[in-house]
Design a protein around this ligand. Structure first.
Ligand SMILES: *[C@@H]1O[C@H](CO)[C@@H](O)[C@H](O)[C@H]1NC(C)=O
Ligand SMILES: *[C@@H]1O[C@H](CO)[C@@H](O)[C@H](O)[C@H]1NC(C)=O
Ligand SMILES: *[C@@H]1O[C@H](CO)[C@@H](O)[C@H](O)[C@H]1NC(C)=O
Length: 382
């Protein structure tokens, strides 16, 4: 359609172009029956808690009033996606109790990377469920659904299973890559930079695989400004080395790496759109939203965006959210701030619900996506 909008076209074509733009703007909502999500802690709704040790209080307390398997005080962006699509919050695939998969499943786990890592969850917090493993789990989920659904059709058990024919109509969402950066920084920036094309390709391979399995609508978040995560500022000397921080007070080299990752991801997504002829593949600039929040925090009613709501981090003392530790010889609890709704960062690594809601509001209406598509219309190939 972009071609039809060329200036050198005669009036009739231009009119057609305008009309077809309007018709895209008014295209029927997609009525997605399900969401299948792949990612890391930014969108984990209970996976890593089910597989290993549950995330403890005060996580989850401000919205769910108890820990809810999420690395936040409340809802995540993926929860706001579910709300927008009028679907229930996603159950984690790994959750064996209380789960309902009628409208999708969540394969994301905290600490997941796109590429498989050698690191372990116990030493480094890196999940064994890298993206390729999440895709294997999806394949198994889909195959077993097909098998089981016909056996239990018409019984109450079927109400907790997806309809086999709805896999092709579902929205497939991704929010992953941040941990490939954090692992990469430990190895060194040159090695990480050299690895970016492979990392991005592996994400593309996952999308292609889901396409071959019948998926047609893809919503792919890019990665946020890594150097603005407060954890990356906890151990910086005071004053910081010359040129270490950027104009927002974030780690410059890390932010530049996120931008380079996103540039390559966007290119790769553009190619995917050509390769997958029947797919609608949307690139979602979560980075712009998070960066906008950090840059304009004050105007938007947020406190210092580089400060954390939960945990005790003063000089050399670091007591993480929900933990206890000794400071000056007395025990301190790394508890929550009074009002998480004015903080951007929950625990130094993860965003608050308020920040996630803001990011969701900025990205779901299509103003930060390529092509510009509201999430409710993300099944239409533009
Ligand atoms: C994992 O370890 C092997 C052997 O030491 C090494 O060749 C490989 O590059 C490592 N992979 C990653 C992702 O670090
Ligand atoms: C610990 O001692 C330092 C230095 O005297 C002081 O600045 C800090 O507030 C104390 N922290 C707590 C939690 O008492
Ligand atoms: C999308 O929502 C944001 C936040 O409410 C708003 O600033 C922006 O103008 C909206 N864009 C469109 C295309 O509706």
């Amino acid at each position: 359609m972009g071609l039809l909008c060329g200036r050198d076209l005669v009036f009739g074509f231009l009119l057609f172009c305008v009309l077809s733009s309007v018709s895209v703007g008014l295209a029927a909502p997609c009525a997605f029956p399900a969401i299948y999500n792949f990612g890391d802690s930014n969108s984990d709704t209970g996976g890593i808690s089910a597989a290993f040790v549950p995330i403890s209080a005060p996580y989850g307390e401000h919205f769910f009033h108890k820990p809810a398997g999420r690395d936040s005080d409340g809802r995540l962006t993926v929860d706001f996606i579910a709300e927008r699509l009028k679907l229930p919050y996603l159950s984690a695939y790994l959750n064996s109790i209380g789960a309902n998969y009628r409208h999708g499943a969540n394969f994301a786990t905290g600490g997941s990377t796109i590429r498989r890592q050698n690191e372990t969850i116990f030493q480094y917090g890196i999940s064994p469920f890298a993206l390729d493993m999440q895709i294997v789990q999806f394949d198994q989920f889909k195959a077993r659904t097909a098998d089981l659904y016909n056996q239990v059709k018409g019984t109450p058990e079927a109400d907790k299973l997806p309809r086999p024919e709805e896999f092709s109509k579902a929205l497939y969402t991704f929010d992953i890559g941040q941990n490939d950066l954090s692992v990469g920084f430990r190895l060194g920036p040159d090695q990480l930079k050299a690895a970016l094309p492979d990392i991005v390709n592996q994400l593309a391979a996952a999308v292609k695989h889901l396409y071959e399995q019948g998926g047609r609508s893809f919503w792919i978040h890019n990665t946020g400004p890594f150097g603005c995560l407060p954890v990356n500022l906890f151990y910086v000397s005071n004053p910081p080395p010359q040129g270490y921080l950027d104009e927002l007070g974030c780690v410059k080299a890390q932010n530049e790496m996120s931008i380079e990752f996103n540039r390559q991801l966007k290119d790769r997504v553009t190619k995917l759109r050509e390769e997958l002829k029947e797919a609608a593949v949307v690139y979602v600039d979560v980075h712009a939203a998070k960066n906008g929040l950090i840059a304009n925090a004050k105007r938007l009613g947020f406190a210092d965006p580089l400060k954390v709501c939960c945990g005790y981090h003063v000089k050399y003392d670091h007591i993480w959210c929900g933990n206890k530790g000794q400071v000056n010889g007395s025990e301190i609890y790394g508890g929550s701030c009074k009002d998480p709704s004015v903080y951007a960062s929950w625990d130094g690594v993860h965003y608050t619900e308020a920040a996630s809601k803001w990011v969701a509001d900025q990205t779901q209406n299509g103003s930060l996506t390529d092509p510009p598509t509201p999430i409710t219309q993300a099944c239409h190939r533009l």
